[in-house]
Each structure stands twice: as structure tokens, then as C-alpha cells.
Write a protein of this length. Structure first.
Lengths: 335, 302
């Protein structure tokens, strides 16, 4: 669903991390023996017979929404990637022409490289800072207020985050550059220099998502029983040893999830780039989604834009499946 | 005594470590909060005066002029003397649009998700698991892949630049919401429900009278999360709107930034508008912060 990409971007890995989530989770212990549905089977037969029509009525809105705005657009998106389509005239089937163009399109590969660089920076440094923050917070305090405070940037829109940082990083009047100038006598064109654009945007992205990731990791830390650490202490392990030998391995499933969520949302970065650099200078921050947007709405080349979207889709699928495998492989760590 | 010494040494080392840890946390909090303060400080400044003391921690030439410009209630002469550009930002209109867009979508999608979740969690019908699996497969499709085809669809329906066009694609179905609520409903005790069924209440009545009230907490959480993501959404409104009549605030802010001059833009006005755009989220945060932290923690463990 287009309207709430953030949730959608995050949802798949979350569910896959729990094994497509068929387990009762929450309330499973409260259910009586005999498994799910046993309670209903004991219910009046008449009520049960009436269930089917009501059930279909209840899922009808969701089903229609799914068919019209997810299933059909997915198929259409795949179809459009094999066509020459400029919105005003009907799509024309061109076979693999768009894919051939994709392979030889230098700008596409450049965008892919820029996106990969952005993903690398925001995932590596973002997760590192989040992990350190979560672990330290977990050792110091359970305060919801502090966790709430660091979550704050996650709640504001990317546009707001991008605007305030564009202002603070401004070469002449930005507070960051003024401090840097006083310390070093130089100014840095954070968003105006080719080499700085992507690292700067990655920094803004990390600022925005750090709290969210830290809260997720914190929740993971709370699931590790205290006895594990007590045993470690009895064996004379130091803080660093316990972190490396106990915390990290036991946290691996949730770390994998956080990394994948961050990767998926970083791959789709758009608003931060659009507001700060618009892909510049000289395509230095022309991430894939920016390029797709320009092709589609700048040049009205929807067919080719759909092809690139499909490529992005396939890459995100690959990441999700990779995560599924890793998460499964580590499921038994705590049990 | 050696034992005491050892304990003291250990405690001091610990306190140094703890001190460093607290310093780190304090630094993180400052880094997190500072930009918000800087928005406020700049928004209360006179844009013409900003370059005279760019590092001042307090507003430079304190004035509410920037807020007046952002709300479109400053006279042109006043705006120009304070360094505003000619471009105006009809914040009140965008604010209205954002409220309509985010609340309608939230109410629709959460209600539809609750209906579906109930059917999947509590009703017994043929094909239940198959339909559930098919709907969940939507999670595999990234939102971004659906943007172009959904735009073409909305355009063909003649709904570009309308609230309907903005809201419809997200109004009926959210795999994440259905999954989340179903998960919760599976855990509810069946006893009250069975008693009601024996008393002759139908599933519709059970849903509205028993299940909905019992699911109020997760429904509130989901509504909050949906509202925030919709309010902050940028790309979809960017695609389907093309003028002020339906454009939400987040998008208008970005458009305003792009239309303001690249050299010496009206930073004070921009920051005032930014603050107004972020304010509803900040209020939600103050009221529901604890719930948000807990719900995000919960989704992480699931």
C-alpha cells in the first residue's frame, strides 16, 4: 500500500522473523488444551453454520483493497515493465527492450552504486550506534522517558528531518559549519559536495532511525534472562567478554531483523534526498528511487521506470529471503 | 583488608564506567533533541538578523514574524522587512488537508483490518487459512513497487488531486494491521464470547459488543502508528496531488523549500512552518509516548 510505506517496508521481515507467524503468541497459554479452534467447536452448531457468510462479509473490504490496490497493481507493474508506456497513450508491448536498456544504462548502475553506498553507511553505522545505545541504556536504566526521547526523531517526517539538517549543515549560517569553522578554519559543503552528499544524507537517516532501532534492540535485550549474565559473572567473565560472548549471540535474531528492516527502508530512501540535494550535485546522490521518480514523472517514461521498480523489488525480495534463512538458522539460540 | 580493597577498586572502576555510560547517553539525548531546539530558536528569529549572530543559542532579533509568515497572516510589507520571500505558505489549508488525509485513512484501514482480523481469528469458515496466507503475501511486495501502477490506476479513475485518490489505495487493506490484530484476538479468552453466542448473539453483535471493546488497546496503538506514518508520508501525496487544494502539510513544506531561493532562503519562515508540521506529532508523542515505546518494543519481540 502506497499510503503507509514505512509500515509496509518494515512488516515483511518482522513477520518472516517469526516464521510467518502462525503461532498464537500472546495468548497461547491462556487457551485451553486441544489447540486453537477447540473453543469454537464447543460452541453452538447453529452459530458456526452462520459463520461463513459473515466471515466473507467481514473480510470483504480488506479483500477488495488487496485485490484492487495490491494484487492488480503488482501484476500491472510487472506487465508495464515489458512495455513502452508514456501514460497518455496505451502501453505498447516491447518484450525485453526495457531490460536490455537497463543493462546498458550507466545511470542506473551508478544509481544502484549510490544506493548501495547509502545502505552500507546507514546500516553499518546506524546499527552500531543503536546497538551501543541500547546495550548501555539496558545496563543503566529502564526509563521509558529516555527511550521515548531518543525515539522522537522517528516520529517526525523525513521532510522535517531533512529541512532542519539542511539548515544546520548550511555552509554559511548552519550551526554545524560554524562550529567546524571555529575549530578548523574550514567549511564543509555537506550537501553541496559530491563526496559529502551521501554520507551527510546517511547521517540524517541515522539520526532519524537510531532511536527506533535502539528501542527494538532494547526489547530484545529484555528477553535475555538475567541468569545468563549471573552465570557469566560466576565464571569470571568481564563486561566486554559477556557482551561479545553472551549478548551478541543471544541477540542475533533481533539484530538480523533490525539490520534487514534498516536495509529495506534505506533501499527505498527518497524524501531525505529529494529535500536536501534532489539527487545532486551532478548525480552524486541520485539514489535508485530518485532516478525512478525522475524517469517516470520527469520524462514520463513509465515503462522503463516500472522495469527499474521491478529490479528494486527483486533485490528487496532477495534481502528478505536471505534474512529468513539467517533468522531461521538462529532461532534456537535462546531455547 | 584485601577483600574491602578489592571491592572498593571494583566499585570505583564500575562508577567510572557508569559515568562514561551516562555521559554517552546524555550526548545521544543532546544530539537527538538539539535539532528540535534549533528549529524553535530559528523560528523565533528575524530572518534578516540571522546572519549577524548565526551561532547565538538564543533567537536572533526575537519576533513571531516567522510564524505569522508561515501561517499566512503577515502583511507583505512586514514579511519583506523580516526577510521573508514573496512565496506564501497557506499552512492552515495544508494542516486541514493533512488532518483529513491522515484521520480518514487511519479510521478506514484500522476498522477494515479489525473486521478481517476477527474473521481470521474467531470465525470458522472454509478457506480461512488459504485466504489469510494470500493476504499476507502482500507483505512481500514493497510499497514502492506499487506506487507507479497505483498512480496509473488512480489517474485512470480520474481521482488524481482528490482526497479519494490519496486515501483509497491505503484505506481498506493493511496486511500488517490484520496480522497484528489477529494475533491479539487469538489470545483473547473465548468464554465471554461463547456465553454471548449461547445467549443468541450473532457474530456481528459479538464483534461490536465484545471483541472491539476488548481489542481497544491494540486498536489505539495501530491507529496511532498508522496516523503518524500517514501524516509523515511524502511520496504518495507527491505523486497524486498537483495543487494546494488537497496537498498535505509535509508535502507542501518540501515544495515550499524547493520553490524558495537557493541563496539566502527564508530559514526563519521555513523553520516556523517545519515546527507547525511537526507539532501534531510532538503532541501525540507527549500524550502517547509510553504507549508508543511499548508497542514498538512489542512488534520487535513478535
Amino acid at each position: 500500500m502506497a499510503a503507509i510505506p514505512e509500515q509496509d517496508a518494515h512488516a515483511p521481515a518482522k513477520l518472516l522473523a517469526t516464521g510467518t507467524g502462525t503461532a498464537g503468541g500472546l495468548g497461547a497459554p491462556r487457551r485451553r488444551p486441544g489447540g486453537r479452534g477447540a473453543g469454537r467447536r464447543a460452541g453452538p452448531a447453529a452459530a458456526r453454520r452462520r459463520d461463513a457468510p459473515v466471515a466473507w462479509l467481514f473480510i470483504l473490504p480488506a479483500l477488495v483493497g488487496f485485490l484492487v490496490f495490491v494484487a492488480y497493481p503488482t501484476l500491472r507493474g510487472v506487465y508495464l515493465s515489458f512495455t513502452d508506456f508514456h501514460v497518455l497513450t496505451p502501453p505498447k508491448w516491447v518484450g525485453l527492450a526495457n531490460f536490455r536498456e537497463l543493462v546498458s544504462d550507466g545511470t542506473f548502475w551508478h544509481s544502484l552504486g549510490v544506493t548501495a553506498y547509502f545502505v552500507l553507511l546507514s546500516v553499518v553505522f546506524g546499527i552500531l550506534v543503536s546497538l551501543v545505545t541500547a546495550v548501555i541504556l539496558h545496563r543503566l536504566t529502564r526509563s521509558t522517558v529516555i527511550r521515548g526521547l531518543i525515539l522522537l526523531p522517528f516520529l517526525i517526517s523525513g521532510v522535517v528531518a531533512a529541512l532542519v539538517w539542511a539548515w544546520m549543515l548550511d555552509p554559511q549560517l548552519g550551526i554545524v559549519n560554524i562550529v567546524i569553522y571555529q575549530l578548523t578554519g574550514h567549511r564543509i559543503l555537506f550537501l553541496g559536495a559530491g563526496g559529502w552528499a551521501i554520507p551527510s544524507i546517511a547521517m540524517i537517516s541515522i539520526w532519524k532511525s537510531m532511536g527506533y532501532n535502539a528501542v527494538l534492540i532494547f526489547a530484545g535485550l529484555q528477553t535475555i534472562p538475567e541468569q545468563v549474565y549471573e552465570a557469566g559473572r560466576l565464571d569470571g567473565a568481564s563486561e566486554t567478554q559477556m557482551f561479545r560472548r553472551l549478548t551478541v549471540p543471544l541477540l542475533r535474531p533481533i539484530l538480523v531483523m533490525v539490520v534487514v528492516l534498516q536495509m529495506i527502508s534505506s533501499f527505498q530512501v527518497f524524501d531525505l534526498v529529494q529535500v536536501t540535494t534532489q539527487g545532486g550535485p551532478a548525480n552524486a546522490s541520485n539514489v535508485l528511487q530518485m532516478y525512478i521518480y525522475r524517469k517516470a514523472f520527469g520524462e514520463l517514461d513509465f515503462g522503463y521506470a516500472a522495469t527499474m521498480s521491478l529490479a528494486l523489488f527483486v533485490m528487496l525480495m532477495a534481502i528478505t529471503f536471505l534474512q529468513l534463512r539467517i533468522a531461521r538458522a538462529n532461532e534456537s539460540d535462546l531455547s | 583488608m584485601p577483600v574491602t580493597t578489592a571491592r572498593t577498586v571494583r566499585r570505583t572502576r564500575w562508577s567510572v564506567g557508569r559515568l562514561a555510560a551516562w555521559v554517552y547517553i546524555a550526548a545521544i539525548i543532546v544530539l537527538t533533541i538539539f535539532p528540535f531546539y534549533w528549529i524553535l530558536r530559528t523560528a523565533l528569529s528575524n530572518n534578516h538578523a540571522l546572519p549577524t549572530d548565526p551561532s547565538s543559542p538564543l533567537p536572533v532579533g526575537f519576533t513571531l514574524g516567522a510564524f505569522k509568515r508561515a501561517l499566512g497572516i503577515a502583511s507583505p510589507a512586514e514579511a519583506v522587512t523580516q526577510g521573508g520571500s514573496g512565496a506564501s505558505l497557506d499552512t492552515a489549508l495544508y494542516l486541514r488537508n493533512s488532518v483529513i488525509y491522515a484521520s480518514l485513512l487511519t479510521v478506514c484501514v484500522v476498522f477494515c483490518s479489525a473486521l478481517a482480523a476477527y474473521a481470521f481469528a474467531r470465525l470458522r469458515w472454509k478457506g480461512r487459512n488459504v485466504v489469510f496466507a494470500v493476504l499476507l503475501s502482500a507483505l512481500m511486495v514493497p510499497g514502492i513497487f506499487l506506487l507507479l501502477p497505483n498512480f496509473v490506476l488512480v489517474k485512470n479513475l480520474g481521482l488524481t488531486n482528490t482526497f479519494a485518490g490519496m486515501i483509497l489505495p491505503g484505506a481498506f487493506f493493511s496486511a500488517f494491521n490484520i496480522f497484528f490484530l489477529r494475533q491479539f484476538m487469538l489470545g483473547l479468552s473465548t468464554e465471554v464470547e461463547e456465553a454471548a453466542l449461547i445467549d443468541g448473539a450473532g457474530p456481528v453483535r459479538v464483534f461490536f459488543r465484545i471483541i472491539l471493546p476488548m481489542t481497544a488497546a491494540p486498536i489505539a496503538t495501530l491507529s496511532l502508528l498508522t496516523f503518524i506514518t500517514t501524516w509523515n508520508d511524502y511520496l504518495w501525496p507527491l505523486l497524486v496531488t498537483n495543487d494546494d487544494s488537497v496537498r498535505p502539510l509535509t508535502l507542501a513544506l518540501a515544495v515550499f523549500r524547493q520553490s524558495s531561493p537557493q541563496t539566502a532562503p527564508d530559514w526563519a519562515g521555513l523553520m516556523a512552518a517545519t515546527l507547525i508540521a511537526a507539532l501534531p506529532m510532538l503532541l501525540l508523542f507527549i500524550v502517547f509516548g509510553r504507549r508508543l515505546v511499548n508497542s514498538i518494543s512489542f512488534t520487535g519481540i513478535k
